[in-house]
Design a protein around this ligand. Structure first.
Ligand code: TRP
Length: 347
């Protein structure tokens, strides 16, 4: 069986970093027909691990993320879209896995380590936050996922899940499925920088283009992007490495975009060569990037606006998806309880 499980924390609207880093790929995988089952989870329980004082915000963003999913082309007829907290088997699985993971191992998880530093918890680090990699192992294994399409920052979570699976299967017998991460194809897609060239596009840094942004907002954001600070005059040679405008073009532009919007160049390699030689102004490159992004984001925004008029439909998709997910995860939980000799009253 080839099964996908992946998801997002509903802490805000999704942005173009999510799009190139994972949403675009999910839709391709969905449409490839190569998977038996696809589960896409809105991780509200995980969002609460660092937003437990903002329940309204998390709830509101469940709908926003669902709108983003449907707008990019995830299709409820082919992918099960569900809400994490609607699947009670997940925390129960997590509880059993907690025995299999040491505090020292969690402390070594590089993603958790970085987040703990960023959030500056000090001695008030919540247990729930510290242990979220274990609940993530429950999310993945509950569906016997073979494949987790996700960004690089999720690699330590999938690695930790694999260790839990090994440990569980060696103690209680072959029960759980070991997952593999499926990373984005290119470096640009792996980690899209912020508009300011910062390491990552992130809501808290205010350096994002959102899938829901209107055309004017997108244009203004593109025009204000950082470029090569050494490229002062048009005639000067410019750098493309570390220049966010070119990283975005790496992630988004295709030869078809050149044919449609800038036929002076056959492809990005030719454009880069000119920029590096000198004689090409940043404004022109930004105007092209704007055309590319507008052409990709316009249909997504229009679908999103249509769907947003009917929230009842979106909630119904999530309700039905959650029922499917609950049944699937309950089945895995029965297997786990049986393996752990906790199946007292089943015959
Ligand atoms: N950690 C993911 C994020 O920050 C969300 C998530 C929760 C997830 N459980 C998962 C991703 C399982 C992949 C697989 O967005």
């Amino acid at each position: 069986m080839k099964v996908i499980l992946t998801g997002d924390r509903p802490t805000g609207r999704l942005h173009v970093g999510h799009y190139v880093g994972s949403l675009r790929r999910r839709v391709e995988l969905q449409n490839s027909g190569a998977f038996d089952q696809i589960f896409i989870m809105i991780a509200d329980t995980q969002a609460l691990t660092d937003h437990f004082e903002q329940p309204e915000q998390v709830r509101h963003n469940v709908l926003e993320v669902a709108l983003d999913y449907l707008a990019v082309g995830l299709d409820p007829a082919r992918s099960t879209l569900f809400i994490q907290s609607e699947v009670p088997a997940l925390p129960e699985l997590g509880l059993y896995y907690m025995n299999l993971v040491s505090v020292a191992r969690l402390e070594r998880n590089p993603t958790v380590k970085t987040e703990i530093k960023q959030k500056d918890f000090g001695s008030s680090l919540p247990v729930g936050f510290f242990t979220y990699p274990i609940s993530q192992a429950a999310d993945i294994t509950a569906f016997h996922a073979s494949t987790v399409p996700a960004g690089e920052d999720q690699a330590p979570m999938v690695e930790q899940t694999r260790e839990i699976v090994h440990r569980f299967n060696s103690i209680y017998g072959e029960t759980l499925t070991e997952p593999d991460i499926l990373l984005p194809e290119t470096k640009a897609a792996m980690r899209l920088p912020g508009l300011d060239g910062g390491a990552k596009m992130s809501k808290s840094l205010g350096n994002c283009i959102y899938l829901a942004d209107d055309a004017d907002t997108i244009r203004q954001k593109v025009m204000s992007m950082f470029t090569d600070p050494g490229h002062l005059r048009v005639a000067d040679p410019g750098k493309v490495e570390g220049n966010p405008v070119f990283t975005y073009l790496d992630a988004f532009s295709t030869p078809e975009h050149f044919a449609a919007f800038w036929p002076d160049y056959p492809d990005l390699a030719a454009l880069k060569a000119h920029y590096q030689r000198g004689g090409l102004g940043d404004m022109k490159v930004k105007r092209f990037l704007n055309e590319v992004l507008q052409s990709i984001l316009r249909p997504i925004r229009e679908r999103r606006e249509e769907l947003a008029k009917d929230p009842a439909y979106v909630w119904e998709v999530l309700r039905q998806g959650s029922a499917v997910a609950r049944e699937e995860a309950d089945h895995t939980l029965q297997q786990v309880r049986q393996a752990m000799k906790l199946d007292y009253f089943t015959d």
